[in-house]
Structure formats: structure tokens, C-alpha cells
Design a protein around this ligand. Sequence first.
Ligand code: KG4
Ligand code: ZN
Length: 378
Amino acid sequence: MSEACILGIETSCDETAAAVVRSGERLLSNVVSSQIAVHQPYGGVVPELASREHLRAIVPVVRRALEEACQSYQSVDAIAVTQGPGLAGALLVGISYAKALAFALKKPLITVNHLEGHIHAVLLEERQKGNYKIDFPLLALVVSGGHTHLFLAEEQKGGWTYRNIGRTRDDAAGEAYDKVAKLLGLGYPGGPVIDALARHGDPHAVPFGPAQIKHGNRGVPKEKQTPHDFSFSGIKTAVLRYVELEKMRESIAARQKALAGVAKPKADDVLPLCDRKTLNLVASFQRAVVDDLVTKTLEAARERDARTLFVTGGVAANSELRERFELEAAKEGMPVYFPSRKLSTDNAAMIAAAAFPKFLAGDFAAPEFSAEASLVLR
Ligand code: KG4
Ligand code: ZN
């Protein structure tokens, strides 16, 4: 059977998601129940709360995904679930539910690596648009709250293979956005609000440069040097130092107090609470992060003779990142593809899409598999 409706389930972090995708190329439904409001008061994801919220949401979310796709438990051909990487307790909720469903319905169960899911979100949408011509090798930048990875992908019979040629040595790029937003009292998650505020500031006002953002290979033996690695903890510290130096603590505290009374603060609520210095700082931070991601990815693409670029994961929703990648990749004559904003952040459509080649290859999960918090993609 070369057609298949796959039900995908994703619970690796703070979104409970289910979706139905036909043959890896047609999105039939995509339901995401976000826990942002639950974690917002803590300025980050609290693992125990995430598991509890997944337990609450999983059954209605799956039911809605089936309904919206005009499918039933019986009509889908297979069930796909995220095995890792992610929060172990959160992953286990999706896995236990998927196992029970597959067993009761006598349907095949397919495990998917979350990072492969992010990559296949791009492929799903390109195919949906009618673009079947993707040249390999393909370089994928997966950039989110938990990951900043460069994967060189090849298409082989029975699926894709991946080589991880770059990774962050400390914080992920999205994590830097979230930490800087928390430090500046801008709310959680940091990415969307900084993205919106950065447009109002001067990106050259604070001279963050390679010193804050570049990892050092100095002293590392040549065979162990990793030229495509990233590092985002330095820029976070540089922002903190700037806040201290410029005595911004008081204005941050005032903003935090004002936002405490707003249920789900949006960028429009935050903007009037930001002075010029804050907007310039935010714009300069974003410019430094985007510069680094674009420069290192294009360097890696040139060096490895990549024919196509994919940029995916939560941070791929960033407007400046998209603009800069489009501009710079065009100069090199390299096609660059992103998922739509909806499929950039965590979702289950990407899991159902990534499962399709495995379905065709008969690559089904053994009943005893479990969550793998640090699952590697190869
Ligand atoms: O892919 P995702 O939903 O979850 C993980 O797998 O981590 O990514 C969430 C991350 C958060 O750190 C969030 O701040 C960031 O993606 N993010 C953004 C934007 N939208 C979400 N970062 C920059 N600009 C955005 N527009
Ligand atoms: Zn993700």
C-alpha cells in the first residue's frame, strides 16, 4: 500500500499535539493544545506540570484530530509517536497512549525522532504545494527551544539518513531567546515577543559581536575541532552585563509588575512598556543571534556542497531569520525552505509525516520500546 493515513502524536515538551497526515504529503488535521499559560508564571517549562497537562489533554486532542480529518480510530492505517528527544515524563504520556491505541486497534506503531519530525514538517508542506524536487545532500538547521543542530541529510531507499555536523555547545538559540526575555521582564516564551519588539529597535545600538557568540576551537586538536558548532550562553551573559551596566533593573521590575496583571501578555501589551534602550537591546540581541545562525549554516552548506537548505524548529518562525536566510541563500543560488509558522513550532503533523517512509519500509516499533530523553538522530 503506497497510500496511508497516519495518526501522529507528539508530547515531548509543552504542547500536546495530534494530527492526521495522508502519505506524508497531505495535512488532514493538526491539533495543538499549548501549555504556555501553565508554564508562563515560571518563565520556562516545568517538567512535572508538563506531564500532568499532557495526561489531561491527550484523549480530547486525539479525538479532535480524528474528527477534523474525517477519520476514525479504525480508519487510520498506523499510529506514529515521538520517542525522543524530550522530557522523559512528557514523552511517556504520548508513548503509553499510542501503545494502548495501537494494541487495541491492531494497527502498526511507528516511533519518530522529534528532530526528524521538524525536518519532515518542511518536506510535508513542500509536497503539499506540489514541489517534489528536493536535491540532496540537504542541510537542515533545526533550531528550537531545546535544540540547535545542523544535519546533513541524504535520501536512501527506505528513508533518510542524517549526519550531525554542528550543534550548540551550551544553550539552544530558542533557550537564549527565552532566558533574555525572562531577564528583561518580557514574558514567556521569549521568541515571539522579541521577534515583534526587535522591529522597533536599532540592531546596531549594542555592539554584540563574535566575542560574545563564537565558540572557541583554540587549543582543541585539529581532529576534534567542530567548525559548525554554536554557542549562545555568552550572548545571554552579555545582555545581563549590559542590563547591570546601564542600570535597567528598575524599569524591568516596573514592566514585570505591569504585566503581572495581564492574563496572556502579547507583544502589543509589552511594547508600550519598553523604553528605547530596551528595544535597542532586544534588536541588537536578535541581530547577533540571526547573524550567527545564518553565517555558520551557509559556511557549512558551502563546505559540504549542500544542494538544499531546510530551516526548521520554533526559532524558524522568526521573521528576521527567514528574511536573512532568503537573502543570503539567494546570493549563493541555494534553495531554502521553511515550514509555515504553524508547523515551525512543535506539532504532530511533522511526526505523522516523518513516519510515512517508515510505514512504507515496514519499520514498526517493537512493543517494549520506551521514551529516550536524549535520542540521537542518524
Ligand atoms: O520547536 P519548539 O516549539 O519546541 C522545542 O522543540 O523546543 O520551539 C520553541 C522555541 C521557544 O524557545 C520559543 O521562544 C522559540 O521557539 N520561538 C521563537 C519564535 N517563535 C518561537 N524564537 C524566535 N522567534 C520566533 N518568532
Ligand atoms: Zn521541537
